[in-house]
Design a protein around this ligand. Structure first.
Ligand code: URA
Length: 192
């Protein structure tokens, strides 16, 4: 897997994965999609029902909101890359277990290494915990820059769009907007 030279090659190699108990229960493997050399990468938790049916990340209601979030910072979905911690739907949309997430993490890490985004935005608590080992509540840590090592990629944690839909308050929406603007401002800095 580490030797996969492109995202397409990686996807072809791993799409039949049965390394954890989520594999046999899926309809579709949801690898991720977007610009293979995106500057901005979004990382969610795992596929839900719509994603499992279509084999694409963030295509349900949360995905509609994610599209709006991307648009709000002047980008299109096709310009960014969207992936999840786990590639197969957890039953009843439960949070993936640490063991499921860790089995799948190598795929996400390889995606990150191939894409080499300049900024990652994590959506909700799961990617933050599994990718960065940050176990604090998302309400406390959102908006605070983290760094993915050893790549040294800045990570902006924000709320998951599904949470925003459930908790559609001015405070939550303002928080997400602040986080997205910070990510956009980083992208707008001169490179180097
Ligand atoms: N929620 C996620 O975390 N990922 C998806 O792809 C869809 C909903």
């Amino acid at each position: 897997m580490a030797s996969a030279a492109t995202l397409a090659e990686l996807e072809a190699r791993v799409q039949g994965c049965l390394a954890c108990p989520l594999g046999p229960g899926r309809l579709r493997f949801v690898f991720g999609e977007g610009n293979p050399s995106a500057d901005l990468m979004f990382i969610g938790e795992g596929p839900g029902r719509d994603e499992d049916l279509q084999g694409r990340p963030f295509v349900g209601r949360a995905g509609e909101l994610l599209d709006k979030m991307i648009g709000a910072i002047g980008l299109e979905r096709s310009e960014v890359y969207i992936a999840n911690v786990v590639k197969c739907r957890p039953p009843d949309n439960r949070v993936p277990t640490a063991s499921e997430a860790q089995r799948c993490l190598g795929y996400l890490m390889r995606q990150i290494d191939l894409i080499q985004p300049r900024v990652i935005v994590t959506l909700g608590a799961t990617p933050l915990r599994e990718l960065l080992g940050v176990g604090e509540g998302i309400t406390r840590v959102r908006g605070q820059w983290k760094r993915l090592e050893p790549q040294g990629i800045p990570v902006m944690p924000t709320f998951h769009p599904a949470y925003v839909l459930r908790q559609y308050t001015d405070d939550v929406r303002r928080a997400v907007w602040t986080d997205l603007k910070a990510a956009r401002a980083w992208l707008d800095r001169p490179k180097g």
